[in-house]
Write a protein that binds this ligand. Structure first.
Ligand code: SD4
Length: 326
Protein backbone atom coordinates (compact mmCIF):
# COMPACT_ATOMS: atom_id res chain seq x y z
CA UNK A 1 0.00 0.00 0.00
CA UNK A 2 1.32 3.43 -0.83
CA UNK A 3 1.88 5.98 1.88
CA UNK A 4 -0.01 9.21 1.62
CA UNK A 5 2.10 12.22 0.76
CA UNK A 6 0.84 14.02 3.87
CA UNK A 7 2.00 11.18 6.12
CA UNK A 8 5.69 11.75 5.64
CA UNK A 9 8.85 11.05 7.56
CA UNK A 10 11.74 13.52 7.27
CA UNK A 11 13.06 11.34 4.46
CA UNK A 12 9.84 11.78 2.58
CA UNK A 13 9.03 15.42 2.81
CA UNK A 14 8.66 16.70 -0.72
CA UNK A 15 11.79 18.62 -1.58
CA UNK A 16 12.34 21.20 -4.28
CA UNK A 17 15.59 21.19 -6.16
CA UNK A 18 18.41 21.63 -6.08
CA UNK A 19 18.82 18.38 -4.22
CA UNK A 20 21.48 15.67 -4.30
CA UNK A 21 21.17 12.17 -2.80
CA UNK A 22 24.26 9.95 -2.78
CA UNK A 23 25.00 6.47 -1.51
CA UNK A 24 27.31 6.08 1.50
CA UNK A 25 28.84 8.66 3.76
CA UNK A 26 31.66 9.54 1.36
CA UNK A 27 28.89 10.90 -0.85
CA UNK A 28 28.70 13.88 1.50
CA UNK A 29 32.08 15.29 0.53
CA UNK A 30 31.38 14.56 -3.13
CA UNK A 31 28.01 16.33 -2.93
CA UNK A 32 29.72 19.28 -1.24
CA UNK A 33 32.28 19.50 -4.04
CA UNK A 34 29.56 19.54 -6.70
CA UNK A 35 27.30 21.91 -4.79
CA UNK A 36 28.61 25.40 -5.71
CA UNK A 37 27.95 24.92 -9.44
CA UNK A 38 24.73 23.01 -8.85
CA UNK A 39 23.24 25.54 -6.47
CA UNK A 40 24.17 28.32 -8.88
CA UNK A 41 21.75 26.88 -11.43
CA UNK A 42 23.72 23.92 -12.80
CA UNK A 43 21.88 20.98 -14.29
CA UNK A 44 21.17 17.77 -12.40
CA UNK A 45 23.10 15.95 -15.13
CA UNK A 46 26.26 17.99 -14.58
CA UNK A 47 25.91 17.63 -10.81
CA UNK A 48 25.58 13.83 -10.75
CA UNK A 49 28.56 13.52 -13.09
CA UNK A 50 30.61 15.84 -10.86
CA UNK A 51 29.77 13.77 -7.75
CA UNK A 52 31.01 10.56 -9.37
CA UNK A 53 34.13 12.22 -10.81
CA UNK A 54 35.03 13.46 -7.33
CA UNK A 55 34.73 9.92 -5.94
CA UNK A 56 36.70 8.42 -8.84
CA UNK A 57 39.61 10.70 -7.95
CA UNK A 58 39.59 10.13 -4.19
CA UNK A 59 42.13 7.37 -3.42
CA UNK A 60 40.57 7.02 0.04
CA UNK A 61 37.43 5.44 -1.44
CA UNK A 62 38.31 1.79 -1.99
CA UNK A 63 35.42 0.93 -4.26
CA UNK A 64 35.29 3.62 -6.91
CA UNK A 65 37.85 4.76 -9.47
CA UNK A 66 41.47 5.25 -8.33
CA UNK A 67 41.84 3.51 -4.99
CA UNK A 68 39.22 0.88 -5.83
CA UNK A 69 40.08 -2.73 -5.08
CA UNK A 70 41.01 -4.93 -8.05
CA UNK A 71 39.69 -8.24 -9.35
CA UNK A 72 40.90 -11.73 -8.40
CA UNK A 73 44.02 -11.32 -10.56
CA UNK A 74 44.91 -7.86 -9.26
CA UNK A 75 43.59 -5.95 -12.29
CA UNK A 76 41.22 -3.01 -12.12
CA UNK A 77 38.07 -2.54 -14.17
CA UNK A 78 35.49 0.20 -13.76
CA UNK A 79 31.77 0.39 -14.53
CA UNK A 80 29.37 3.30 -14.64
CA UNK A 81 26.27 4.81 -16.18
CA UNK A 82 24.28 8.00 -16.40
CA UNK A 83 20.58 8.51 -17.10
CA UNK A 84 18.08 11.29 -17.69
CA UNK A 85 15.27 9.29 -19.24
CA UNK A 86 14.67 6.10 -21.22
CA UNK A 87 15.64 8.10 -24.32
CA UNK A 88 18.76 9.55 -22.77
CA UNK A 89 21.09 7.13 -21.04
CA UNK A 90 24.62 5.85 -21.46
CA UNK A 91 26.78 3.20 -19.87
CA UNK A 92 30.22 1.60 -19.91
CA UNK A 93 31.61 -1.49 -18.24
CA UNK A 94 34.94 -3.24 -17.83
CA UNK A 95 36.88 -0.03 -18.52
CA UNK A 96 40.56 -0.66 -17.78
CA UNK A 97 42.41 2.47 -18.86
CA UNK A 98 40.24 5.47 -18.05
CA UNK A 99 39.28 6.81 -14.66
CA UNK A 100 35.82 8.27 -15.12
CA UNK A 101 33.21 5.78 -16.35
CA UNK A 102 30.36 8.29 -16.05
CA UNK A 103 32.20 10.80 -18.21
CA UNK A 104 32.58 8.11 -20.90
CA UNK A 105 28.96 7.00 -20.39
CA UNK A 106 27.78 10.55 -20.97
CA UNK A 107 29.71 10.64 -24.24
CA UNK A 108 28.08 7.34 -25.24
CA UNK A 109 24.70 8.93 -24.48
CA UNK A 110 25.42 12.16 -26.33
CA UNK A 111 27.50 11.02 -29.28
CA UNK A 112 26.38 7.53 -30.26
CA UNK A 113 23.11 5.79 -31.09
CA UNK A 114 23.99 3.17 -28.43
CA UNK A 115 23.39 2.74 -24.72
CA UNK A 116 26.36 0.66 -23.59
CA UNK A 117 29.99 0.05 -24.56
CA UNK A 118 32.13 -2.66 -22.93
CA UNK A 119 35.81 -3.38 -22.37
CA UNK A 120 38.33 -2.45 -25.02
CA UNK A 121 35.71 -0.74 -27.15
CA UNK A 122 34.80 1.56 -24.27
CA UNK A 123 38.46 2.43 -23.64
CA UNK A 124 39.08 3.09 -27.33
CA UNK A 125 35.97 5.26 -27.51
CA UNK A 126 37.13 7.25 -24.47
CA UNK A 127 40.58 7.84 -26.01
CA UNK A 128 39.02 8.83 -29.32
CA UNK A 129 37.03 11.48 -27.46
CA UNK A 130 40.11 12.92 -25.81
CA UNK A 131 39.90 11.36 -22.36
CA UNK A 132 43.35 10.54 -20.96
CA UNK A 133 44.51 7.04 -20.11
CA UNK A 134 45.36 6.78 -16.43
CA UNK A 135 46.59 4.10 -14.02
CA UNK A 136 43.67 2.80 -11.98
CA UNK A 137 45.37 0.64 -9.35
CA UNK A 138 46.58 2.62 -6.32
CA UNK A 139 49.54 1.41 -4.22
CA UNK A 140 47.19 0.82 -1.27
CA UNK A 141 44.79 -1.24 -3.37
CA UNK A 142 47.69 -3.25 -4.76
CA UNK A 143 48.89 -3.91 -1.22
CA UNK A 144 45.40 -5.02 -0.18
CA UNK A 145 45.37 -7.46 -3.10
CA UNK A 146 48.81 -8.79 -2.14
CA UNK A 147 47.64 -9.35 1.43
CA UNK A 148 44.60 -11.16 0.10
CA UNK A 149 46.83 -13.34 -2.08
CA UNK A 150 49.07 -14.15 0.87
CA UNK A 151 45.96 -15.33 2.69
CA UNK A 152 45.05 -17.65 -0.15
CA UNK A 153 43.10 -15.31 -2.44
CA UNK A 154 39.48 -16.27 -2.96
CA UNK A 155 36.51 -14.70 -4.63
CA UNK A 156 34.09 -11.98 -3.47
CA UNK A 157 31.76 -14.28 -1.59
CA UNK A 158 32.79 -13.00 1.85
CA UNK A 159 32.55 -9.30 0.99
CA UNK A 160 29.91 -7.27 2.82
CA UNK A 161 29.57 -3.54 2.11
CA UNK A 162 29.50 -1.57 5.37
CA UNK A 163 29.78 2.17 5.85
CA UNK A 164 32.70 2.94 8.15
CA UNK A 165 33.48 1.31 11.45
CA UNK A 166 32.87 4.06 13.98
CA UNK A 167 33.56 2.02 17.11
CA UNK A 168 36.16 -0.23 15.59
CA UNK A 169 33.80 -3.07 16.37
CA UNK A 170 32.99 -4.42 12.94
CA UNK A 171 36.44 -5.14 11.59
CA UNK A 172 39.26 -6.73 13.51
CA UNK A 173 42.05 -5.01 11.56
CA UNK A 174 42.87 -3.05 8.41
CA UNK A 175 42.85 -6.17 6.26
CA UNK A 176 39.42 -7.09 7.47
CA UNK A 177 38.27 -3.57 6.70
CA UNK A 178 39.59 -3.81 3.13
CA UNK A 179 37.73 -7.08 2.77
CA UNK A 180 34.42 -5.62 3.81
CA UNK A 181 34.19 -1.90 3.42
CA UNK A 182 33.10 -1.79 -0.16
CA UNK A 183 30.52 0.35 -1.85
CA UNK A 184 29.53 2.14 -5.05
CA UNK A 185 28.77 5.80 -5.57
CA UNK A 186 25.23 6.15 -6.83
CA UNK A 187 23.79 9.64 -7.00
CA UNK A 188 20.41 11.15 -7.84
CA UNK A 189 19.90 14.85 -8.51
CA UNK A 190 16.84 17.08 -8.84
CA UNK A 191 17.67 20.52 -10.16
CA UNK A 192 15.91 23.84 -9.72
CA UNK A 193 14.08 23.28 -13.00
CA UNK A 194 12.64 20.00 -11.75
CA UNK A 195 14.87 17.80 -13.94
CA UNK A 196 15.98 14.45 -12.55
CA UNK A 197 19.30 12.77 -13.33
CA UNK A 198 21.22 9.82 -11.93
CA UNK A 199 24.69 8.28 -12.19
CA UNK A 200 26.70 5.35 -10.79
CA UNK A 201 30.43 4.68 -10.73
CA UNK A 202 32.13 1.62 -9.26
CA UNK A 203 35.12 -0.67 -9.38
CA UNK A 204 32.64 -3.48 -8.71
CA UNK A 205 33.03 -6.20 -6.15
CA UNK A 206 36.60 -6.52 -4.91
CA UNK A 207 38.38 -9.74 -5.96
CA UNK A 208 35.66 -10.44 -8.55
CA UNK A 209 36.18 -13.06 -11.23
CA UNK A 210 37.85 -11.14 -14.10
CA UNK A 211 35.16 -10.08 -16.53
CA UNK A 212 32.39 -9.94 -13.92
CA UNK A 213 30.05 -6.95 -14.27
CA UNK A 214 27.53 -6.04 -11.58
CA UNK A 215 24.36 -3.99 -11.50
CA UNK A 216 25.88 -0.52 -11.42
CA UNK A 217 26.37 0.09 -15.16
CA UNK A 218 23.25 -1.75 -16.27
CA UNK A 219 20.33 0.56 -16.96
CA UNK A 220 17.33 -0.58 -14.92
CA UNK A 221 19.44 -2.52 -12.44
CA UNK A 222 21.85 -0.19 -10.62
CA UNK A 223 20.10 2.96 -11.88
CA UNK A 224 16.87 3.99 -13.54
CA UNK A 225 15.45 7.43 -14.26
CA UNK A 226 12.07 8.17 -15.76
CA UNK A 227 10.90 11.79 -15.66
CA UNK A 228 7.32 10.52 -15.27
CA UNK A 229 8.02 7.93 -12.57
CA UNK A 230 11.09 9.07 -10.68
CA UNK A 231 14.62 7.84 -10.17
CA UNK A 232 16.22 5.05 -8.16
CA UNK A 233 19.77 3.93 -7.54
CA UNK A 234 21.07 0.77 -5.87
CA UNK A 235 24.26 -0.24 -4.14
CA UNK A 236 25.48 -3.47 -2.62
CA UNK A 237 25.59 -7.01 -3.93
CA UNK A 238 24.92 -6.39 -7.60
CA UNK A 239 23.84 -9.93 -8.39
CA UNK A 240 20.82 -9.58 -6.08
CA UNK A 241 19.75 -6.32 -7.72
CA UNK A 242 20.25 -7.70 -11.23
CA UNK A 243 17.99 -10.65 -10.56
CA UNK A 244 14.96 -8.38 -10.17
CA UNK A 245 15.82 -5.24 -12.19
CA UNK A 246 15.91 -3.47 -8.82
CA UNK A 247 16.02 0.20 -9.81
CA UNK A 248 13.51 -0.24 -12.62
CA UNK A 249 11.19 -2.05 -10.23
CA UNK A 250 11.37 0.81 -7.73
CA UNK A 251 10.66 3.42 -10.40
CA UNK A 252 7.78 1.40 -11.82
CA UNK A 253 6.23 1.26 -8.35
CA UNK A 254 6.48 5.04 -8.06
CA UNK A 255 5.12 5.46 -11.56
CA UNK A 256 2.06 3.55 -10.38
CA UNK A 257 1.64 5.95 -7.47
CA UNK A 258 3.75 4.43 -4.68
CA UNK A 259 5.70 6.62 -2.32
CA UNK A 260 9.47 6.06 -2.52
CA UNK A 261 9.65 4.16 0.77
CA UNK A 262 7.01 1.65 -0.38
CA UNK A 263 8.72 1.29 -3.72
CA UNK A 264 12.04 0.49 -2.07
CA UNK A 265 10.37 -1.89 0.39
CA UNK A 266 8.92 -3.87 -2.51
CA UNK A 267 12.42 -4.32 -3.95
CA UNK A 268 14.01 -5.25 -0.62
CA UNK A 269 11.21 -7.65 0.32
CA UNK A 270 11.84 -9.60 -2.86
CA UNK A 271 15.55 -9.74 -2.12
CA UNK A 272 15.02 -10.64 1.56
CA UNK A 273 12.79 -13.54 0.55
CA UNK A 274 15.47 -15.22 -1.57
CA UNK A 275 16.15 -18.76 -0.45
CA UNK A 276 19.89 -18.31 -0.87
CA UNK A 277 20.38 -15.05 1.03
CA UNK A 278 23.82 -14.92 2.70
CA UNK A 279 24.87 -13.02 5.84
CA UNK A 280 27.24 -10.85 3.80
CA UNK A 281 24.60 -9.84 1.25
CA UNK A 282 23.68 -6.19 1.42
CA UNK A 283 21.57 -4.01 -0.87
CA UNK A 284 20.47 -0.42 -0.35
CA UNK A 285 18.41 1.90 -2.53
CA UNK A 286 17.61 5.58 -2.75
CA UNK A 287 14.52 6.66 -4.68
CA UNK A 288 12.95 9.99 -5.54
CA UNK A 289 9.71 10.93 -7.27
CA UNK A 290 9.48 13.78 -9.76
CA UNK A 291 7.57 15.78 -7.11
CA UNK A 292 10.62 15.60 -4.81
CA UNK A 293 9.39 12.98 -2.32
CA UNK A 294 12.35 10.73 -1.62
CA UNK A 295 13.40 7.90 0.66
CA UNK A 296 16.03 5.22 1.20
CA UNK A 297 16.17 1.73 2.63
CA UNK A 298 18.70 -1.03 3.20
CA UNK A 299 18.48 -4.79 3.48
CA UNK A 300 20.76 -4.86 6.55
CA UNK A 301 22.26 -2.33 8.97
CA UNK A 302 25.46 -0.60 7.88
CA UNK A 303 24.26 1.62 5.04
CA UNK A 304 24.27 5.42 5.15
CA UNK A 305 23.48 8.05 2.55
CA UNK A 306 24.34 11.67 1.93
CA UNK A 307 21.64 14.29 1.42
CA UNK A 308 22.35 17.84 0.24
CA UNK A 309 19.97 20.74 -0.23
CA UNK A 310 19.91 24.43 0.65
CA UNK A 311 20.25 23.50 4.34
CA UNK A 312 23.68 21.91 3.82
CA UNK A 313 25.17 18.45 3.48
CA UNK A 314 24.09 15.66 5.78
CA UNK A 315 25.01 12.01 6.26
CA UNK A 316 22.08 9.98 7.53
CA UNK A 317 20.75 6.50 8.17
CA UNK A 318 18.22 5.08 5.72
CA UNK A 319 14.52 5.47 6.51
CA UNK A 320 14.29 1.75 7.25
CA UNK A 321 16.27 -1.48 7.40
CA UNK A 322 14.45 -4.51 6.04
CA UNK A 323 16.30 -7.06 8.20
CA UNK A 324 17.35 -5.19 11.35
CA UNK A 325 19.67 -7.01 13.69
CA UNK A 326 21.37 -8.93 10.91
C1 SD4 B 1 28.45 -4.22 -7.89
N1 SD4 B 1 26.74 -2.90 -6.86
O1 SD4 B 1 29.36 -4.22 -8.70
C2 SD4 B 1 28.14 -2.96 -7.16
C3 SD4 B 1 29.02 -2.85 -5.96
C4 SD4 B 1 28.47 -2.09 -4.83
O2 SD4 B 1 28.36 -1.72 -2.60
O3 SD4 B 1 27.65 -1.23 -4.97
N2 SD4 B 1 28.88 -2.40 -3.65
O4 SD4 B 1 27.81 -5.23 -7.59
Amino acid sequence: MSERPDNTTPHEAAARGPLLLSTWSFGERANAAAWPDFSAGGSALDAVEAVTVFCDEDPGIDSVGYGGLPDRDGDMSLDGCVMLSPEQCGSVCAVRKHLHPVRIARLVMDRTPHVMLAGEGADEFASAHGLPEQPLLSPEAKKAWQVRQAQGGGDSSDVRPVDGDPDGALFKDQEDRWRNNHDTIGVLGLDDQGRLAGACSTSGMPWKVPGRVGDSPIIGHGLYVDPHGGAAVATGTGELVMAICGSFLAVEQMRSGAMPQDAIREVLERIASRSDLQANHQVALIAIRPDGHWSSGALRPGFRLAFSDGSGHHTMDPAFVQLPGT
